[in-house]
Ligand binder design. Structure first.
Ligand code: FES
Ligand SMILES: [Fe+2]
Length: 387
């Protein structure tokens, strides 16, 4: 049965859909036969929807933010923003990872700017309160005269942090359910890739001027390789752009792309099946990991604001495959190739973003080549609109 797109009259701005209407449309993707149509355009621009996403999605989801090689030494830290929330992750003197809100408990000064580095503690630039790498207060100057202030009770709010097979995940909900429970299936699928023995040969961060969902829905289909990536990704799709989609749970979707030619590994014990498949898993809301022969790429598409998305990623290879190799040359080549593909996606998706204010846009029909997109919409509906 076809799905009608005639709910809204194109060009009619007298009655933009209410948030309740938008959520009702989103609920359509929860049906057993979801409509093969794209999201309502207002869903990308509604401040109400964004606020709901901050609370219901980014305030309580696991997100991949780094590889352990970026947080290898005690004192290493990584600072970023997740949907408007400052976040810092540290490797403590105890060797453990800690996640916390790096905003001073005195009068709200940021303790660290987004980026990475190595430090012994975080000293607030405003009045010099100091915090340890685990978020507890180390010292507060000139505070002895305030009897109400108990330094032992003062600490930065903690976030949940977990390392899974070398990937560092954060969840702003401190008592979030264990990440590993969600990833046991993926762990089995990727056993032959020996993720624990991989090293990250390059990592990068970019900002794309688009809503996070514009970027994420794009990552659930190969269909766009023919338009955005004719000379980069498309030639790699030797078996065609079809994807097998396995929506295992509301959190994990596996996307498989068959290659025409097997990719022969140099060190990994891949099966014949694994040599012929580009395996990728998407973890709702915004993280993913994909195999390509022996290398693995991770990427997360994290909102900075309603119309800007931080794209963080990296490429890994088995340590054994790099022995005796010119690692610098491999790194350069990887960065160059990733950079070109990212620019192709960024320019295209920023162009999509610029249309979102048009009065004439409306929901469009999806191709049978885009089942992954519907899997993402379903997860979005579960997070925002399920009863
Ligand atoms: S705001 Fe940080 S010490 Fe005052
Ligand atoms: Fe792309």
């Amino acid at each position: 049965m076809g799905h009608s797109l005639d709910r809204a009259v194109p060009g009619d701005v007298t009655s933009p859909p209410s948030t309740a209407d938008l959520l009702e449309e989103l609920r359509g993707y929860l049906r057993a036969d979801p409509p093969a149509i794209s999201l309502p355009p207002r869903l990308f621009t509604s401040p109400d929807v964004y606020e709901s996403e901050r609370a219901r999605i980014f305030g309580r989801s696991w997100m991949m933010v780094a590889h352990r090689d970026q947080l290898a030494q005690p004192g290493d830290y990584l600072a970023l923003e997740i949907a408007g929330e400052p976040v810092v992750i540290t490797r403590g003197d105890d060797g453990m990872l800690h996640g916390m809100s790096p905003v001073c408990r005195h009068r709200m000064m940021p303790l660290v700017e987004p980026g990475s580095g190595n430090t012994q503690d975080f000293t607030c630039p405003y009045h010099l309160w100091r915090y340890r790498l685990d978020g507890t207060l180390l010292a507060a100057t000139h505070m002895r005269g305030n009897a109400d202030f108990d330094p032992g009770q003062c600490r930065l709010p903690a976030f949940a942090v977990e390392e899974w097979r070398g990937f560092v995940f954060v969840n702003l909900q401190a008592d979030a359910s264990t990440l590993e429970d969600h990833l046991t299936g993926v762990d089995g699928d990727l056993a032959n890739y020996r993720l624990d023995d991989m090293v990250q040969i390059s990592t990068w961060t970019e900002v794309w001027r688009c809503n996070w969902k514009v970027a994420v829905e794009n990552s659930y289909e190969n269909y766009h390789a023919i338009g955005f990536h004719p000379n980069t990704v498309k030639p790699l799709m030797t078996g065609g752009i079809d994807m097998e989609v396995h929506a295992d749970s509301p959190l994990v979707t596996r996307l498989l792309t068959r290659t025409g030619e097997p990719m022969e590994p140099s060190v990994l014990p891949l099966t014949e099946e694994e040599k012929r498949v580009l395996y990728s898993f998407r973890m709702f809301p915004c993280s993913s990991l994909a195999t390509f022969g022996e290398s693995i790429a991770w990427i997360s598409l994290i909102p900075l604001s309603i119309d800007r998305t931080e794209v963080r990623g990296g490429t890994l290879m088995p340590a054994a495959a790099l022995e005796g190799a010119d690692v610098e040359a491999i790194r350069k080549q990887t960065e160059q190739f990733t950079g070109v593909i990212n620019t192709e996606d960024r320019l295209g998706l920023e162009a999509v973003q610029r249309t979102l204010g048009s009065r004439f846009i409306e929901r469009g029909h999806l191709s049978p080549k885009e089942p992954g997109v519907l899997a993402f919409y379903r997860n979005l509906a579960l997070a925002l609109a399920a009863d």
